[in-house]
Design a protein. Sequence first.
Length: 236
Amino acid sequence: MAEVTCDGRSIREINVAIKSYIRGGDNEITVTNPGGRHNLGVAILEPAHVTIQGSAGYYCGALADGSTVEVTGSAGWGLAESMLNGTAIVHGSAGNGAGAAIRGGAVIVYGDAAARAGVSMKGGLVLIGGDCGYMAGFMGQKGALIVCGDAGDAFADSMYATVCYVGGKIAGLGNDTVIEALSSADVEFLDATLERYLPFEIRKTKPSGKNFKKIVSGRRLWNFNQRDRKIWQEAL
């Protein structure tokens, strides 16, 4: 296992060191003393596992394709933003825009997430073990967003084909958003996903799949209709 210390290094030097180890064949890398720095582990395009021991700042693990970036503390804004594939795991909580615009892979936050988790996601999975802030799932196009705790206002606003699940309370649904009955396939998916991604000590405190609410698009904003002018005005 290779080790990269952040002490006395710029962000560029840290990321260059990580990628140099990967090119040399090391696929298990530990980053020590991160000190909440921004842009750690950005644009890793190989199937390596990078463990950041501590907390990271903005855009940790962004632009990834096939890597696993694991943060043992918390992460700032834009966790795994625009990830094509791979996995991002945060043991603590995450700032605004966790999993924003991802196209695939999985973004897993054991704790809470701030506003706009999964905003404009185009595929993949965003799983929040705790609560999330307002406008989570905003304009989500594909993929799944799972919030085990409570969700803030304007949840899933103006969403397309992302499917959302909430285990706790929803402060308010967004425009063109409806609650749909869970199917047996939904319950199986939720139980299997939570078992796969959440440690037992966290998972045992969360609701089971059958106790989640399923939220989908009402599809009234998919195509303009004069009758829906008011909802279009609210969305804009």
